[in-house]
Write a protein that binds this ligand. Structure first.
Ligand SMILES: NC(=O)c1ccc[n+]([C@@H]2O[C@H](COP(=O)([O-])OP(=O)(O)OC[C@H]3O[C@@H](n4cnc5c(N)ncnc54)[C@H](OP(=O)(O)O)[C@@H]3O)[C@@H](O)[C@H]2O)c1
Length: 316
């Protein structure tokens, strides 16, 4: 995979990135930690150099697993983690107060087992804390060498404008996939105009874009993905399956998988630096990395966009 520069930073990352929410062993059903470590390492072996995690994923567990996986391989990866969501027993609580932010950075460094975080991202805006307070704390931590670059996630243009009064951001992490395209147009253009890279999440829309679910799945207890991603709902199921038929067709013609086609479509979109894809085991990680190893033709991209317009645009 040919690496790409992240915004105005000097970080160069793979166009397919490793998402690690599920390996926090919380919210996505039960996962095996050894298998999670192997998944991350298989992803790195297959060319993935960007790993995204967050304290909110399993209340620190995902960061610990990432730390274990990159031990001895720190210089092969760019690590992004986040700040501002506290995982309680049954909730995700926004908190960007200075005291909490400073505590979170130290906790993340310890759990990851690293001296510096490459990309530190504000996970969600916190309407109860002035951004100036948060940025004063973050600027202090950055000056102290605790992280290299700042990014934001789930911010709109007005929120990016506001935060940039207090310091630079190099990236935005929004939800974006073949099913969720609302950043197209204004948000992507804003990022392009201002040198802000985009590392999108939900690239496989919670796995549905692999095409592996032929019927609406009944997820095991503890797997709450259907509450986060609305694609497993019967109102939209048929529309998504029609789009998947086109992905499967292109995949068969090329000898790749539908998931790889969905990933490749994503990293071919203007403004997208790296598409985060979650993986629970080595096979998935290798397969997802393979989504960056070919280039869909313009004709294939058009076929996908036509199928999207016909079947999926505007359904949600
Ligand atoms: N900033 C934010 O607010 C935010 C929000 C969500 C996610 N994220 C980040 O973005 C990452 C990616 O998004 P995501 O993990 O939510 O969803 P995703 O990448 O759309 O889907 C990941 C899931 O799809 C299935 N899958 C993945 N690769 C597969 C393959 N090759 N074959 C078959 N199934 C496969 C796996 O679950 P099963 O095997 O169980 O089906 C996996 O857990 C997250 O891990 C996280 O790092 C950030």
């Amino acid at each position: 995979m040919k690496h790409r520069q992240l915004g105005t930073s000097d970080l160069r990352i793979s166009p397919v990135g490793m998402g690690t929410w599920a390996i926090g062993n919380d919210f996505w059903g039960k996962v095996d930690d050894q298998e999670s470590v192997r998944a991350i390492q298989a992803g790195i072996d297959a060319g993935i150099t960007f790993i995204d995690t967050a304290p909110a994923y399993g209340a620190g567990h995902s960061e610990e697993i990432v730390g274990r996986a990159v031990k001895g391989r720190r210089d092969e990866v760019v690590i992004g983690t986040k700040v501002g969501i506290i995982r309680t027993e049954d909730d995700f609580v926004r908190n960007l107060k200075a005291e909490s932010v400073l505590q979170e950075i130290d906790d993340s460094l310890r759990r990851l087992g690293v001296d510096v975080i490459d990309l530190y991202q504000i996970h969600w805006p916190d309407p109860n804390t002035p951004i100036e307070e948060t940025m004063t704390a973050l600027n202090k931590a950055q000056e102290a060498g605790k992280f290299r670059y700042l990014g934001v996630s789930n911010f709109n243009i007005a929120q990016m404008e506001e935060i940039r009064q207090y310091g630079d951001i190099v990236s935005l992490q929004p939800q974006f996939s073949l099913l969720k395209r609302d950043i197209e147009g204004e948000v992507i253009q804003y990022c392009l105009d201002n040198g802000i890279g985009i590392v999108n999440y939900g690239t496989l829309a919670g796995g549905i874009l692999t095409g592996k679910f032929r019927e609406i799945p009944e997820f095991e207890e503890g797997d709450n993905r259907a509450h986060f991603y609305p694609w497993f709902n019967k109102n939209v199921w048929g529309n998504i399956q029609s789009l998947l038929e086109v992905l499967r067709g292109i995949a068969d013609e090329r000898g790749v998988t539908a998931g790889q086609v969905a990933i490749n479509w994503t990293i071919r979109q203007a403004g997208i630096t790296s598409a985060l894809v979650g993986a629970k085991n080595p096979d998935q990680a290798r397969g997802n990395a393979g989504g960056g190893d070919f280039e869909l033709t313009q004709k294939e991209l058009n076929r996908i966009d036509e199928a999207y317009k016909k079947n999926v645009a505007g359904i949600l």
